[in-house]
Design a protein around this ligand. Structure first.
Ligand code: GLN
Length: 496
């Protein structure tokens, strides 16, 4: 097979070709290894923070994944391989163990090719908070890939990895998938072990696939789910993950929430092209047999405010462990007027090691948790979270899935929102409600928007989000597969 034939294969097809003896596992790996080195570095897309030294995979092809190369978000601990969560405070940190999600995929036969760039500690929506520099969107290198799993999304969209592992706390798989024109799935909270993921907000963090198509997402998820004694919040998935093959949506009831529709004001203004692509996809769904119903999620407009109390609160506690003693950076105490001694070392290390967005979140979170304010902020946000989960439960009595645009805009220009944190946070308007409710949601590319933008001026990718009740991943992916087939989006359009 030629290089172009090899990279045209989806992960599912590549695994099948290796197992059938039609494709040599070393050839498959070699093609991606070369591409990753050539296009993934800081002089190009900057989507990788580490690429394997090995130009050949070690050992014989393992079933069932046949050695298919995998890109892994930097925040997964990978034994002896830099795992830095996009932060200077962990620069060069090589953990002594591997995260469960990664080791399960490796045991199923995936080969780790690279670690991917991300927002620092997964805090961000543009990949610009990374200590290792921003990732460029392969559709337009002057624009962001989304975040925080921006490196994973860009690598898959550019054909530098067949698939990638990401994490999603409030949208970090779905939004970059949308902005890069690929598929991203956030599983039910607890479906995948968080063991070995460098924690941001533990009650929200979930690992999931970023892939070229829905079938690949199912294949990856199948080998990730399961209860893990190392993560007390993990749960056994109630059924095997099946390969989706749906082509019709007969009898499927899709809910469009007034509060999360293309007309809703809350998102801070949906771009007309995004709204048009969303509406066109709803029409397509009806042609496939689905019915559309307007539903209410009355508390969804408060999701963003609740999330930006809860996530910083949890992060302020999780990030307390980075003190210069146990991991990564240790700065010399002092400096002008600086504290001396141990306290000075802590202060300097955290001052030098954390970036501006992470410091902002730590301060917000510490404030929200402080005595006297705890109930006014954290307690109230928790109550809003419960209300949102109840809203979804009620809605799912009337509809099978809830659909929204994944993001209100297409990929924006590098630097466009870096001075305006709240505008950056608005990127999460459509994704955070599902995170707070702990339910699964997928983003699939549903078309292009933005006249004159992107390759040939045809526009930039738009994402369509489908959310279902807890543990409905198989049904969500079945519906996504039917829509994907009807949409016919070209997932290779941005290959480097
Ligand atoms: N953009 C959101 C944030 O900055 C979500 C990030 C994520 O899901 N990790 O918190």
């Amino acid at each position: 097979m030629s290089e172009s034939q090899i990279i045209a294969l989806s992960a599912t097809e590549a695994a099948a070709a290796v197992i059938a003896g039609e494709l040599d596992e070393r050839e498959l790996y070699g093609v991606y290894h070369r591409r990753a080195r050539e296009h993934g570095g800081s002089d190009a897309l900057n989507c990788f923070t580490w690429v394997s030294e090995l130009s050949e995979p070690g050992g014989a092809p393992q079933r069932p994944l046949g050695g298919v190369p995998l890109a892994v978000k930097d925040l997964f601990c990978t034994k002896d391989v830099p795992s830095q969560s996009g932060s200077k405070i962990l620069e060069g940190y090589r953990p002594p163990y591997t995260a469960t999600a990664v080791s399960k995929l490796q045991q199923a036969g995936a080969t780790m090719l690279a670690k991917t760039n991300q927002d620092e500690f997964a805090m961000g929506s543009s990949n610009e908070s990374s200590a290792f520099g921003p990732v460029r969107n392969p559709w337009d290198r002057g624009r962001v890939p989304g975040g925080s799993s921006g490196g994973s999304a860009a690598a898959v969209a550019a054909g530098l990895a067949p698939w990638a592992l990401g994490t999603d706390t409030g949208g970090s798989i779905r939004q970059p998938a949308a902005l890069c024109g690929i598929v991203g799935l956030k599983p039910t909270y607890g479906a995948v072990s968080r063991y070995g993921m460098i924690a941001f907000a533990s009650s929200l963090d979930q690992a999931g696939p970023l892939t070229r198509n829905v079938a690949d997402a199912a294949l990856m998820l199948r080998h990730m789910v399961g209860q893990d004694e190392a993560d007390a919040t993990s749960l056994a998935f109630p059924e095997p993950i099946s390969v989706p093959d749906g082509v019709r949506l007969d009898g499927v009831r899709l809910g469009v929430a007034t509060q999360l529709s293309a007309e809703s004001e809350g998102a801070g203004g949906i771009e007309p092209g995004v709204a048009a692509a969303f509406e066109a996809t709803l029409k397509l769904a009806q042609e496939l047999g689905a019915s559309i119903k307007t539903i209410e999620l009355p508390h969804a407009p408060h999701a963003l405010a609740a999330y930006y109390v809860l996530a910083p609160a949890e992060c302020s506690s999780n990030l307390a462990r980075f003190d210069g003693v146990r991991y990564g950076l240790r700065a010399e105490p002092g400096g002008e007027d600086g504290e001396r001694g141990l306290l000075g070392m802590y202060t300097r290390t955290r001052h030098d090691g954390f970036g501006a967005e992470v410091k902002r979140r730590i301060m917000l979170g510490t404030y929200a948790l402080s005595a006297g304010y705890y109930d006014a902020y954290y307690g109230r946000a928790q109550r809003v979270r419960t209300k949102i989960a109840e809203d979804f439960k009620t809605a799912f009595q009337d509809v099978d899935f809830i659909v929204t645009p994944t993001s209100a805009t297409v990929a924006f220009e590098l630097g466009a929102l870096t001075d305006d944190p709240w505008a950056m946070y608005m990127n999460d308007y459509f994704t955070v409600p599902m995170s707070l409710a702990g339910i699964p949601a997928i983003s699939i590319p549903c078309g292009l928007a933005g006249d004159g933008l992107g390759p040939g001026g045809n526009g930039l990718p738009v994402g369509f989000q489908i959310a279902g009740p807890a543990f409905s991943e198989n049904r969500v992916m079945q519906a996504a597969h039917a829509l994907e087939a009807a949409i016919g989006f070209d997932s290779a359009a941005a290959f480097a």
